[in-house]
Design a protein around this ligand. Structure first.
Ligand code: FAD
Length: 725
């Protein structure tokens, strides 16, 4: 541990010594402004795809800081962590390293809506993120504050009125140039802190806000529409002064489930996990809130706060007379503090103490730091493309709380996607977007850019129409393999980056054989491949192509690391093989019936039922089938839970896939011009009806491209029109 600390201190000081003036000579592919959850993922993703990247943040020691609750994941948010991990982001692995209490929320429901969640050790989380970022090749991190953007005339060939070409630092520290800039200033953009009647400028307690120049530039120079939102945090309590015997004990899952697909275990051993405690507010809490309202400027403002993570003041005012839950959560393995989730408050500190002591378990509590509120500017996200670039500014990307979201997971997921696209833009590759049907990241970005926000946006599983396909367990299969496809055009990208191009040799691949034949011998007739062309054909077998090429491809070129890629391939193959095996076994054999009777299943209606169908029965597990037919299923036991989930959801997912394909096939279907969308007898939200009524699209394809019209709405519309035709 000492070695780690010394290394970190050395690294931090060497990073600080890189000043803006040192890097000002250099033109970067990507500059990321802000080292919060969005900024760290953006910088890491841009770097992974090969862009030379500079991360500028106000304080290097706060990189990876958890501004509010020391926890990660939950229902909807856990899905985002898994997707960030599937694309090789940092957050899931950091959670596995820093977690001290792991649990899967929503277990009583189907696995599609399970919510992987962990309480974290704050220090460890920061340590992991910093150690990863500060050791990345092609990534420079400097401490400093960006005052303004450098804006130039737009490239007439591309959409947008302006073009960003770099950033200007505060205190005359110079200008730094880049092809793309990602702004991730979180709660710092024109941030103000609130406690009692006191208001002061700040983005987080003890940290100054982002310079006014940046807000001014976004609003006045670029003409972007900005809004204002607020959030708050509870006081931190001294652990020794909490009476845990008066609260309910909540233990973690006995076997912690890692967030990351590449981790088999969490860093914290099962037996070392810490408990949480649950307690409730009393009528005394409500009294203090009401008495203190006139001394609480934050709560008197009209600015919208997070509806799903409200302050105790908002909870009491909205639901008077109710008991509200308060979770007492550990802040870390060795921390002497407790985080009271549910008690975010902004009244004066002496009243905060009075309020807390109205709760039995906190009757003698002492506060280390009082709660406070923050208000900040955000950019209305309908001004962004789905790849998170500002529509009117070429090369400018926004991610995180600046786009009106709340939460670490929402910020990280946007950061990763903005980083990928900022990197691609810098490398002259076309931007990419993720659809609602393939990921929660796609759902969130589509919600933001097509509907905008009126209050801080957070993720829920109910936002995703295709949530049975977008499960936490299969994020790797949905995204990791796609992530690898992002890196096509590898040599074009490498040339843009001034990296030497790469070639494949005759000894390692048929691709190498073919290119060598073409460029060294030329052609006299159309060239086609034969095995006889390859001198080393016994080594160049189809069965070992992954071993020959995948590792090389991903180590040298990829954003998704070789380790992750091959692991995703291994899992994908294992699952496919297991499903084929399940489908090929049928219950017609008397041996099946006999064995099933042995494990207590005697009622099987059909005489012919496949292993896969059998698994769709709630009470049948894959382990059970493997105990009956070890010779067939034992090799796949490590995937038991995933196989069960796949088997249960497959019919539904296949159905959805067919519906998506149907939408694609029926793109040109004409929509009747006199259709009355407002009273159509199908399940459409009022919002979708209004959009359709206003736009009156000619075809189904045109309807799919309307902002706010979801794939589920399109399916209802398609079914209706097909039926009435
Ligand atoms: P941040 O984590 O805010 O990071 C922004 C980074 O940008 C900082 O490192 C900052 O130093 C840097 N920066 C800013 N301006 C500049 C500049 N000009 N130049 C260089 N660097 C700059 N979320 C919830 O889900 N629930 C809650 O209850 C909740 N409560 C919160 C309470 C408080 C008091 C705060 C501050 C935040 C709270 N959050 C809450 C929000 C959560 O912290 C954010 O959603 C998340 O951290 C956003 O990540 P981000 O990367 O967008 O921004």
């Amino acid at each position: 541990q000492l070695r780690r600390l010394l290394f970190r201190r050395h690294f931090l000081s060497s990073c600080r010594s890189q000043r803006a003036s040192d890097v000002a000579q250099h033109k970067y592919d990507v500059i990321v402004v802000g080292g919060g959850h969005a900024g760290t993922e953006a910088a890491a993703a841009a770097t992974r795809i090969g862009a030379e990247t500079l991360l500028i943040t106000q304080k290097i020691e706060t990189i990876g800081a958890l501004s509010c609750n020391p926890s990660l994941g939950g229902v909807g948010k856990g899905q985002l962590v898994k997707e960030v991990d599937a694309l090789d982001g940092l957050m899931g692995r950091a959670g596995d390293y820093a977690g001290v209490h792991f649990s899967i929320l929503n277990r009583s429901k189907g696995p599609a809506v399970w919510g992987p969640r962990a309480q974290l050790d704050r220090g460890r989380y920061r340590e992991f993120i910093q150690s990863q970022l500060l050791n990345m090749p092609r990534l420079t991190v400097i401490e400093g504050s960006v005052e303004d953007l450098i804006i130039s005339a737009a490239d007439p060939e591309k959409p947008g009125k302006h073009r960003v070409t770099g950033v200007r630092m505060t205190d005359g520290a110079g200008e730094i140039l880049a092809s793309s800039v990602v702004i991730t200033t979180g709660t710092f953009l024109s941030g103000s802190l609130f406690m009692g009647r006191t208001t002061s400028p700040g983005g987080r307690m003890g940290e100054p806000p982002s310079c006014a120049g940046l807000s001014h530039s976004l609003r006045e120079v670029l003409g972007l529409k900005l809004g204002r939102l607020r959030t708050g945090t509870p006081p931190r309590l001294i652990k020794d002064t909490v009476d845990f015997s008066l609260a309910e004990l909540h233990l973690p899952d006995p076997q912690p489930t890692p967030f990351s697909f590449i981790n088999k275990h969490t860093h914290c051993k099962p037996e070392d996990q810490l408990p949480c405690h649950l307690t409730y507010t009393t009528p005394g809490v409500e009294e203090v809130v009401r008495e203190s309202l006139h001394m609480n400027s934050h709560i008197q403002q009209d600015t919208k706060g997070p509806r799903y993570c409200p302050s105790i003041e908002s909870r009491v005012l909205r639901f008077p007379g109710r008991q509200h839950q308060v979770w007492l959560e550990p802040e870390g393995l060795t921390s002497d503090l407790v985080y009271p989730q549910g008690l975010s408050m902004t009244m004066p500190p002496e009243l905060q103490l009075r309020l807390l002591r109205e709760i039995p378990a906190l009757h003698r509590v002492e506060i280390r730091t009082p709660g406070y509120g923050v208000q900040y500017d955000f950019v209305c996200p309908m001004q962004l493309f789905p790849w998170l670039q500002v529509k009117c500014v070429q090369g400018l990307f926004l991610a995180g709380q600046i786009n009106g979201t709340t939460g670490y997971e929402e910020a990280a997921a946007q950061g990763l996607w903005a980083g990928v696209n900022a990197g691609r833009t810098a490398l002259s590759l076309p931007p990419l977007s993720l659809s609602r049907t393939e990921s929660y990241i796609g759902v969130m970005i589509d919600d933001l850019v097509s509907r905008g926000v009126t209050e801080p946006y957070r993720m829920f599983t109910s936002r995703a129409e295709f949530r049975t396909s977008l499960r936490p367990d299969n994020a790797d299969l949905r995204l990791t393999l796609r992530g690898t496809g992002l890196w096509a055009g590898v040599n074009a990208g490498r040339t843009a980056l001034s990296l030497p191009p790469l070639s494949l040799s005759r000894t390692e691949s048929y691709i190498g054989v073919m290119i060598d034949d073409l460029v060294s011998r030329g052609v006299t007739e159309p060239y086609r491949m034969f095995t006889s062309r390859a001198e080393f054909r016994t080594s160049l077998r189809p069965d070992n192509a992954d071993l020959r090429l995948t590792l090389r491809g991903f180590e040298e070129l990829g954003c998704v690391s070789s380790q992750r890629y091959s692991e995703a391939l291994r899992v994908s193959r294992g699952l496919s093989e297991a499903l084929v095996a399940l489908q090929s076994v049928t219950l017609s054999s008397p041996r099946w019936r006999e064995k099933l009777r042995d494990v207590g299943i005697s009622e099987v209606k059909s005489t012919l039922i496949s292993g896969e169908e059998m698994l769709q029965h709630k009470e049948v597990s894959f382990e059970m089938l493997a105990s009956i037919f070890p010779e067939i299923f034992a090799p796949y036991l490590e995937f038991s839970q995933r196989i069960k989930i796949e088997a249960v959801y497959r019919p539904h997912c296949e159905n959805q896939k067919r519906e998506i394909e149907r939408i694609q096939e029926e793109e040109s279907l004409t929509l009747p011009p006199d259709i009355d969308y407002l009273s159509l007898p199908v399940s459409l939200s009022d919002e979708v009806r209004e959009v359709l009524d206003r736009a009156r699209p000619d075809t189904l394809g045109a309807a799919t491209r309307l902002p706010g019209v979801t794939p589920a709405a399109i399916i209802h519309l398609l079914n209706y029109v097909s039926k009435t035709e």
